[in-house]
Structure formats: structure tokens, C-alpha cells
Design a protein around this ligand. Structure first.
Ligand SMILES: [Zn+2]
Length: 64
């Protein structure tokens, strides 16, 4: 009953690449319509300072 499917709930911190559960993660940022999740305030701050740096190395969208 409490089984969580990691394929559905897992998100990745774009700064340190830690796997996170999107239902419990406390730190989030929105950038260009996408929501990004962070393990810590430190990672969120790094992302907020220069989002493009982390998004480039973290292809979430299809890039055709
Ligand atoms: Zn992190």
C-alpha cells in the first residue's frame, strides 16, 4: 500500500544529481515553466544564481 514506484516519483537534483522523491522534497525552483527539485537550500541557491549552467548539463526536455 505504501510502495512508491521510483520511476514515477523520482526526480533528480540538477546541481548535485541526487535522486529525490518529489512528494517529500522541500526545495524547489521554477524556471522557464519547469520545476526543479533540490536536496538542500545550498543546491537551490546555486541553481537560482545560474539556472542555465545546470539545465544545459541536465536535458529534461526532448531536444530535436
Ligand atoms: Zn543537491
Amino acid at each position: 500500500m505504501t510502495t512508491i514506484d521510483p520511476a514515477v516519483t523520482a526526480v533528480e537534483d540538477p546541481v548535485c544529481h541526487m535522486k529525490l522523491d518529489e512528494h517529500t522534497v522541500k526545495f524547489k525552483s521554477e524556471y522557464e515553466g519547469e520545476t526543479y527539485y533540490f536536496c538542500s537550500l545550498a543546491c537551490k541557491k546555486k541553481f537560482d544564481e545560474d539556472p542555465g549552467k545546470y539545465i544545459k548539463a541536465y536535458p529534461m526536455k526532448e531536444n530535436t
